[in-house]
Design a protein around this ligand. Structure first.
Ligand code: SF4
Length: 272
């Protein structure tokens, strides 16, 4: 069974996947920490969406902003305290995560306040109607396991509109100039195919939410992308079952932040 987090790691760097799989099971802890941080982000965004339901058409833009931010600080503080205790991370690291999430949240609140204000005035409706329009019925972090595909993993969010399922993955990485990163598309098509098996419903399109720029970008689930996923699954199996060692690909952008940079690059200047 191949997890979607393994697909993500393989797409970041096949060598990194190989090293973690074969050498360092302790790095699993980082995977769980990253998942926990992502869950905090999802909870905060969900809270903003719920706050939209309480908006009134007569509210000023400032009132709307204040309302959307309601209780976010408390939720964030308590979630980060739990994170700190569970994963024994330093105060500095907690502060860094907090600042990052607060910056993203403020940006999102600014944009959603403008959109909500405009939508309420145009439609002469309160927040609960606008929320339905902006945010369809959704399931969060829905875990699916499929024996035929031999994949297990959870999708950050699945939106359901008119009986159709739309997988959404939330990314806080920098987006490309246009479209989505290949790695994000491969991860999303894995989610889409799991959804198809689970709900017996074809998925034609999914989305990546790049939260840093508050932008949703579509990914068409075409045959080329599906074939790309099967190729990746085959290569991951080769590493897991036949101990094939992938080549080291030097990419200062990725290697510079990688746990294994010393192993791959030793004292090479570009990677110290
Ligand atoms: S240091 Fe670079 S090549 Fe080595 S595992 Fe990390 S990302 Fe891959």
């Amino acid at each position: 069974m191949i997890s979607i987090s393994s697909i993500r790691e393989y797409m970041f760097c096949p060598r990194k996947f190989y090293l973690r799989y074969n050498l360092d099971e302790k790095d699993e802890e980082n995977v769980f920490l990253n998942k926990a941080i992502k869950q905090i982000r999802i909870d905060v965004y969900d809270l903003i969406q719920r706050n939209i339901r309480g908006l009134k058409v007569e509210m000023s833009l400032m009132d709307i902003k204040d309302h959307l931010k309601r209780t976010i600080k408390d939720v964030l503080e308590s979630s980060l305290n739990i994170l700190k205790e569970r994963y024994q991370i330093s105060e500095d690291e907690v502060d860094r995560i907090k600042v990052e999430i607060i910056n993203e949240t403020c940006f999102m609140v600014d944009i959603l306040s403008l959109k909500s204000s405009k939508a309420m005035q145009t439609l002469e409706s309160d927040g609960h109607k606008i929320a339905e329009m902006f945010f369809p019925t959704s399931m969060y972090s829905y875990l699916i396991k499929d024996e035929n595909l031999e994949i297990i993993g959870s999708c950050d969010k699945i939106e359901i509109v008119d009986g159709r399922y739309y997988p959404i993955n939330i990314k806080n990485s920098n987006p490309p100039i246009a479209g989505v990163w290949d790695s994000d598309a491969i991860e999303l098509v894995a989610n889409a195919m799991l959804i198809e098996q689970e709900f017996d419903s074809e998925v034609f399109v999914g989305f990546i939410d790049y939260v840093k720029i508050c932008e949703r970008r579509p990914v068409i689930m075409d045959s080329k992308l599906r074939k790309g996923l099967f190729k990746v699954l085959h290569e991951i199996k080769e590493i897991m079952e036949e101990d094939i060692v992938p080549e080291t690909k030097s990419d200062p952008r990725k290697c510079g932040v990688c746990f294994y940079k010393e192993l791959c690059h030793g004292d090479e200047e570009d990677y110290v």
